[in-house]
Design a protein around this ligand. Sequence first.
Ligand SMILES: [Fe+2]
Length: 240
Amino acid sequence: MKQQFDKYTEEDSLVWKTLFERQEKNLQDKACEEYLDALEDMKDVLNANKIPNFSELNHWFESKTGWEIYCVPGLIPVDQFFDLLSRKKFCSSTWLRTIDQLDYLEEPDMFHDTFGHIPLLSNPVFSNFAYEFGKLGKSLANDQNKVLMLQRLYWFTIEFGLIEQNGLKIYGAGIASSFGESISSLADGSQKHKFEMEEVLNRVFKTDEIQNTYFVIDSFESLFESILVLTQKWSYELVS
Ligand SMILES: [Fe+2]
Protein backbone atom coordinates (compact mmCIF):
# COMPACT_ATOMS: atom_id res chain seq x y z
CA MET A 1 0.00 0.00 0.00
CA LYS A 2 1.29 3.44 -0.92
CA GLN A 3 0.41 6.95 0.09
CA GLN A 4 -1.55 8.43 -2.80
CA PHE A 5 -0.45 11.96 -2.35
CA ASP A 6 -2.49 13.43 -5.20
CA LYS A 7 -5.73 12.06 -3.71
CA TYR A 8 -5.75 14.43 -0.74
CA THR A 9 -8.48 17.04 -0.91
CA GLU A 10 -8.58 20.68 0.15
CA GLU A 11 -10.50 19.60 3.22
CA ASP A 12 -7.69 17.16 4.10
CA SER A 13 -5.14 19.98 3.85
CA LEU A 14 -7.31 22.21 6.02
CA VAL A 15 -7.78 19.46 8.63
CA TRP A 16 -4.04 18.81 8.71
CA LYS A 17 -3.18 22.51 9.05
CA THR A 18 -5.82 23.12 11.72
CA LEU A 19 -4.76 20.15 13.82
CA PHE A 20 -1.04 20.78 13.42
CA GLU A 21 -1.12 24.49 14.26
CA ARG A 22 -3.41 24.02 17.25
CA GLN A 23 -1.47 21.13 18.71
CA GLU A 24 2.02 22.47 18.05
CA LYS A 25 1.10 25.57 20.02
CA ASN A 26 -0.67 23.62 22.74
CA LEU A 27 2.31 21.31 23.30
CA GLN A 28 4.96 23.99 23.77
CA ASP A 29 4.68 23.87 27.56
CA LYS A 30 3.37 20.30 27.79
CA ALA A 31 5.50 17.98 25.65
CA CYS A 32 8.94 16.72 26.66
CA GLU A 33 11.97 18.51 25.25
CA GLU A 34 12.98 15.53 23.06
CA TYR A 35 9.62 15.62 21.28
CA LEU A 36 9.69 19.39 20.77
CA ASP A 37 13.31 19.30 19.57
CA ALA A 38 12.44 16.55 17.10
CA LEU A 39 9.44 18.47 15.78
CA GLU A 40 11.67 21.48 15.24
CA ASP A 41 14.36 19.36 13.53
CA MET A 42 11.81 17.89 11.18
CA LYS A 43 10.02 21.07 10.25
CA ASP A 44 11.04 20.91 6.58
CA VAL A 45 9.28 17.58 6.14
CA LEU A 46 6.65 17.76 8.90
CA ASN A 47 4.80 21.04 9.22
CA ALA A 48 1.36 22.62 9.18
CA ASN A 49 1.52 23.86 5.62
CA LYS A 50 1.60 20.53 3.84
CA ILE A 51 0.27 17.04 4.45
CA PRO A 52 3.46 15.07 5.07
CA ASN A 53 4.83 13.13 2.16
CA PHE A 54 6.03 9.77 3.45
CA SER A 55 8.77 9.48 0.83
CA GLU A 56 10.23 12.76 2.06
CA LEU A 57 9.93 11.67 5.68
CA ASN A 58 11.62 8.35 4.92
CA HIS A 59 14.41 10.13 3.11
CA TRP A 60 14.87 12.44 6.12
CA PHE A 61 15.12 9.44 8.45
CA GLU A 62 17.79 7.75 6.33
CA SER A 63 20.53 9.93 7.79
CA LYS A 64 19.00 9.80 11.29
CA THR A 65 17.72 6.69 13.05
CA GLY A 66 16.70 4.80 9.91
CA TRP A 67 12.99 4.37 10.47
CA GLU A 68 10.63 4.05 7.57
CA ILE A 69 6.90 4.70 7.42
CA TYR A 70 4.89 1.70 6.38
CA CYS A 71 1.39 2.48 5.09
CA VAL A 72 -1.45 0.46 6.54
CA PRO A 73 -5.20 0.69 5.95
CA GLY A 74 -5.93 0.76 9.69
CA LEU A 75 -5.18 -1.43 12.69
CA ILE A 76 -3.22 -4.56 11.77
CA PRO A 77 -2.63 -7.90 13.55
CA VAL A 78 -0.21 -7.63 16.45
CA ASP A 79 2.31 -10.17 15.10
CA GLN A 80 2.60 -8.17 11.90
CA PHE A 81 2.96 -4.96 13.89
CA PHE A 82 5.82 -6.40 15.99
CA ASP A 83 7.52 -7.77 12.90
CA LEU A 84 7.42 -4.34 11.24
CA LEU A 85 8.76 -2.59 14.35
CA SER A 86 11.61 -5.12 14.54
CA ARG A 87 12.61 -3.93 11.06
CA LYS A 88 12.29 -0.26 11.97
CA LYS A 89 9.10 0.15 10.00
CA PHE A 90 6.46 2.23 11.70
CA CYS A 91 2.84 1.84 10.62
CA SER A 92 0.84 4.84 9.56
CA SER A 93 -2.59 5.32 8.11
CA THR A 94 -2.83 7.60 5.12
CA TRP A 95 -6.36 8.92 5.73
CA LEU A 96 -7.32 11.98 7.76
CA ARG A 97 -10.31 12.67 9.98
CA THR A 98 -12.94 15.09 8.66
CA ILE A 99 -13.19 18.72 9.69
CA ASP A 100 -16.23 18.03 11.89
CA GLN A 101 -14.41 15.19 13.68
CA LEU A 102 -11.32 17.07 14.81
CA ASP A 103 -11.56 15.76 18.35
CA TYR A 104 -13.24 12.42 17.98
CA LEU A 105 -11.60 9.39 16.49
CA GLU A 106 -12.44 5.71 16.61
CA GLU A 107 -9.26 4.62 14.90
CA PRO A 108 -5.89 6.34 14.61
CA ASP A 109 -5.59 8.48 11.50
CA MET A 110 -2.52 9.95 9.84
CA PHE A 111 -2.39 12.92 12.21
CA HIS A 112 -2.11 10.62 15.20
CA ASP A 113 0.36 8.32 13.47
CA THR A 114 2.69 10.98 12.09
CA PHE A 115 2.40 14.03 14.33
CA GLY A 116 2.08 11.85 17.41
CA HIS A 117 4.52 9.03 16.78
CA ILE A 118 7.05 9.98 14.15
CA PRO A 119 9.03 12.86 15.77
CA LEU A 120 10.33 10.86 18.74
CA LEU A 121 11.50 8.05 16.48
CA SER A 122 14.27 10.43 15.42
CA ASN A 123 15.55 10.51 18.99
CA PRO A 124 18.26 7.82 19.20
CA VAL A 125 17.35 6.56 22.68
CA PHE A 126 13.61 6.42 22.09
CA SER A 127 14.26 4.87 18.68
CA ASN A 128 16.32 2.12 20.30
CA PHE A 129 13.56 1.48 22.81
CA ALA A 130 10.95 1.09 20.05
CA TYR A 131 13.29 -1.14 18.05
CA GLU A 132 14.11 -3.41 21.01
CA PHE A 133 10.42 -3.53 21.84
CA GLY A 134 9.66 -4.71 18.30
CA LYS A 135 12.38 -7.36 18.39
CA LEU A 136 11.15 -8.67 21.73
CA GLY A 137 7.56 -8.76 20.46
CA LYS A 138 8.58 -10.62 17.34
CA SER A 139 10.50 -13.22 19.32
CA LEU A 140 7.45 -13.90 21.51
CA ALA A 141 4.75 -13.87 18.86
CA ASN A 142 3.52 -17.32 19.89
CA ASP A 143 3.23 -16.55 23.59
CA GLN A 144 -0.16 -14.89 23.94
CA ASN A 145 0.29 -13.94 27.56
CA LYS A 146 3.55 -12.14 26.93
CA VAL A 147 2.16 -10.51 23.79
CA LEU A 148 -0.67 -9.12 25.90
CA MET A 149 1.84 -7.80 28.44
CA LEU A 150 3.81 -6.12 25.66
CA GLN A 151 0.65 -4.52 24.34
CA ARG A 152 0.16 -3.01 27.80
CA LEU A 153 3.74 -1.79 27.82
CA TYR A 154 3.21 -0.18 24.43
CA TRP A 155 -0.03 1.41 25.59
CA PHE A 156 1.41 2.94 28.74
CA THR A 157 4.63 4.18 27.12
CA ILE A 158 4.62 4.78 23.36
CA GLU A 159 0.92 5.69 23.34
CA PHE A 160 0.19 7.24 26.73
CA GLY A 161 3.50 7.77 28.48
CA LEU A 162 4.43 10.74 30.63
CA ILE A 163 7.95 11.77 31.67
CA GLU A 164 9.27 13.71 34.64
CA GLN A 165 11.15 16.70 33.25
CA ASN A 166 10.88 19.76 35.49
CA GLY A 167 7.32 18.68 36.14
CA LEU A 168 5.22 16.22 34.19
CA LYS A 169 5.59 16.26 30.42
CA ILE A 170 4.04 14.30 27.57
CA TYR A 171 5.81 11.84 25.27
CA GLY A 172 3.07 9.31 24.38
CA ALA A 173 1.64 9.77 20.89
CA GLY A 174 -1.95 9.18 21.97
CA ILE A 175 -1.66 12.18 24.24
CA ALA A 176 0.59 14.32 22.02
CA SER A 177 -1.86 14.06 19.13
CA SER A 178 -4.95 14.82 21.23
CA PHE A 179 -5.83 18.40 22.11
CA GLY A 180 -8.09 17.38 24.99
CA GLU A 181 -5.93 14.67 26.49
CA SER A 182 -2.75 16.73 26.33
CA ILE A 183 -4.47 19.07 28.76
CA SER A 184 -6.34 16.53 30.89
CA SER A 185 -3.45 14.06 31.26
CA LEU A 186 -1.31 16.64 33.05
CA ALA A 187 -4.11 17.95 35.25
CA ASP A 188 -5.16 16.53 38.58
CA GLY A 189 -7.95 14.03 38.31
CA SER A 190 -6.04 11.12 36.84
CA GLN A 191 -3.65 8.84 38.65
CA LYS A 192 0.04 9.09 37.91
CA HIS A 193 2.30 6.25 38.93
CA LYS A 194 6.03 5.98 38.71
CA PHE A 195 6.88 3.63 35.84
CA GLU A 196 7.48 0.12 37.15
CA MET A 197 7.81 -2.55 34.49
CA GLU A 198 6.00 -5.31 36.38
CA GLU A 199 3.10 -3.06 37.25
CA VAL A 200 2.72 -1.86 33.66
CA LEU A 201 2.87 -5.39 32.24
CA ASN A 202 -0.02 -6.38 34.46
CA ARG A 203 -2.15 -3.25 34.20
CA VAL A 204 -5.31 -3.75 32.14
CA PHE A 205 -6.22 -0.86 29.86
CA LYS A 206 -9.36 0.16 28.05
CA THR A 207 -9.23 1.62 24.59
CA ASP A 208 -12.73 3.05 24.60
CA GLU A 209 -12.50 5.44 27.54
CA ILE A 210 -10.34 8.39 28.43
CA GLN A 211 -7.36 7.25 30.49
CA ASN A 212 -7.42 7.58 34.24
CA THR A 213 -4.00 6.07 34.88
CA TYR A 214 -0.67 7.15 33.49
CA PHE A 215 2.84 5.88 34.16
CA VAL A 216 5.69 8.36 34.47
CA ILE A 217 9.25 7.52 33.37
CA ASP A 218 12.22 9.52 34.64
CA SER A 219 14.20 9.40 31.38
CA PHE A 220 14.27 7.68 28.00
CA GLU A 221 17.57 6.10 29.01
CA SER A 222 15.89 4.30 31.91
CA LEU A 223 12.98 3.26 29.67
CA PHE A 224 15.44 1.78 27.19
CA GLU A 225 17.32 0.07 30.00
CA SER A 226 14.08 -1.47 31.27
CA ILE A 227 13.30 -3.16 27.94
CA LEU A 228 16.79 -4.67 27.86
CA VAL A 229 16.30 -6.02 31.38
CA LEU A 230 12.91 -7.45 30.41
CA THR A 231 14.34 -9.07 27.27
CA GLN A 232 17.06 -10.69 29.33
CA LYS A 233 14.62 -11.83 32.02
CA TRP A 234 12.22 -13.41 29.55
CA SER A 235 14.94 -15.10 27.53
CA TYR A 236 16.33 -16.54 30.77
CA GLU A 237 12.87 -17.85 31.67
CA LEU A 238 12.67 -19.52 28.25
CA VAL A 239 15.86 -21.51 28.67
CA SER A 240 15.49 -22.36 32.36
FE1 LIG B 1 -0.65 5.19 18.13
